[in-house]
Design a protein around this ligand. Structure first.
Ligand code: TMP
Length: 392
């Protein structure tokens, strides 16, 4: 049975940046979050149609983020060393920062966003511009045979029908093959109060506990887990056919840690929901007080996470003047829902502002280093994770 514990209000498509004339037609949906008592999975109550989010307008170019490009290069090297895969398939290959570390002739990309699929196709990789389904896995199996490594980053949590997605993996994985996927960690979200991990694309936020239950019923077994710092705390899950590997200590340790925190208990989510409400009240109070004192506030990183925060808290350009973002496709457009203007970092002088809200709080250290000049001139950062704080 699914039980609702959190209502994040009316939310837009988190990556749909708007022109002025698109504002009146903007799509909104109710973002409510549920806990499944049976599988222990945390999901959105009502999913958004995938075609509304993952299309040629999708704005998240992974290759523009140097930390993420480095992360995928290191991950690819590690997987090559450990598993020596001959044939590799990536689910949600974006613009190719992971797959580009593998041989073009023995790798396949699956990516429903046309703009990104075109990038990997132009690089010479076989690319299927489709959503990941059992139907697609059967087609690939017929044409290309079994895969030794199926990899996916920040994509499996987008897939609404997990049973179908995992069946598709099972279909296509060689008997000794590995399925490796990484997504934001539910435990880290609960610990840090980072409710902004929840937005339209994140149909689910995964615990190892829930994945263990759902993979098992689809004939797959988790044999290892890496805890990563990317995206504010993620888990990399290693899975195989149920009878072809043994469960390692990292799995037992993660399950134990999650059990101790109470991820299998609905009360934990009720406590989390209260914390989220308090965070909202405090953030709005903090920004309003600063504005009343005549301070100027900017935000850094027009992230999906900040879409959730600004829309849940009702923050608009009366509180935050503009958002800087390094992604050209987001610049000179309006942020989803809040309609705060998004500008190129180079076009603003940060020293014209007193405070900078960290929309990309997961890159706090990178940003603080880059913007040390702002701090030297007396500027302060504001973050809501793990609590509302100002720091320099
Ligand atoms: P993410 O948190 O979903 O990875 O998105 C990061 C966004 O923040 C992306 O649009 C790029 C932007 N960004 C900046 O504008 N400045 C920065 O210094 C960093 C690290 C990211």
């Amino acid at each position: 049975m699914k039980k609702e514990f959190l209502d994040l209000g009316r939310q837009p498509i988190a990556n749909k940046f708007l022109k002025e004339d698109e504002v009146s037609d903007e799509f909104f949906f109710d973002l409510k979050v549920v806990f499944d008592e049976d599988t222990k999975l945390v999901s959105m109550k009502d999913f958004v149609k995938p075609e509304l989010m993952f299309n040629e307008d999708y704005k998240y170019n992974t290759s523009l983020s140097t930390p993420m490009v480095n992360h995928f290069k290191e991950t690819a090297e590690m997987l090559k060393m450990k598993f020596k895969p001959r044939k590799v398939l990536e689910i949600g290959s974006n613009d190719g920062p992971f797959i580009s570390n593998f041989d073009k002739d023995s790798s396949i990309c699956v990516e429903p966003c046309d703009n990104f699929a075109k990038v990997t196709a132009d690089m010479g990789y076989k690319t299927r511009t489709e959503f990941w389904t059992t139907e697609l896995s059967e087609k690939i199996l017929k044409q290309n045979g079994y895969m030794d490594l199926i990899y996916s980053a920040n994509c499996v949590c987008h897939i609404q029908d997990l049973d179908d997605a995992f069946k598709a993996v099972k279909n296509l994985l060689t008997p000794g093959g590995v399925f490796v996927f990484e997504d934001p960690s539910l435990l880290r979200m609960l610990e840090r109060g980072s409710y902004d991990q929840i937005y339209d694309e994140h149909a689910h936020v995964f615990s190892v506990t829930a994945l263990n239950n759902i993979l098992k019923r689809n004939g797959l077994r988790i044999f290892s887990v890496d805890n990563l710092s990317v995206h504010g705390g993620s888990n990399r899950i290693y899975a195989c056919h149920v009878d072809s590997c043994t469960v390692g200590d990292s799995v037992r340790e993660n399950l134990k840690e999650e059990k101790e925190f109470g991820v299998d208990n609905f009360e934990t989510y009720e406590i989390f929901a209260k914390r989220v409400e308090e965070s909202k009240d405090e953030l709005v109070r903090c920004l309003k007080n600063l504005k009343d004192d005549g301070k100027k506030i900017i935000s850094i990183g027009a992230t999906s996470k900040s879409t959730t925060v600004f829309n849940y808290c009702g923050i608009d350009s009366s509180l935050i003047d503009c958002i800087t973002d390094t992604t050209p496709d987001k610049q000179n457009l309006l942020a989803p829902g809040s309609h705060i203007p998004v500008v190129d970092r180079e076009s603003v002088n940060l020293n014209d502002y007193d405070y900078a809200f960290l929309g990309a709080w997961n890159f706090k250290d990178v940003i603080a280093n880059k913007e040390s000049g702002f701090v030297k001139k007396g500027g302060q950062f504001i973050t809501h994770v793990p609590k509302i704080m100002m720091f320099s």
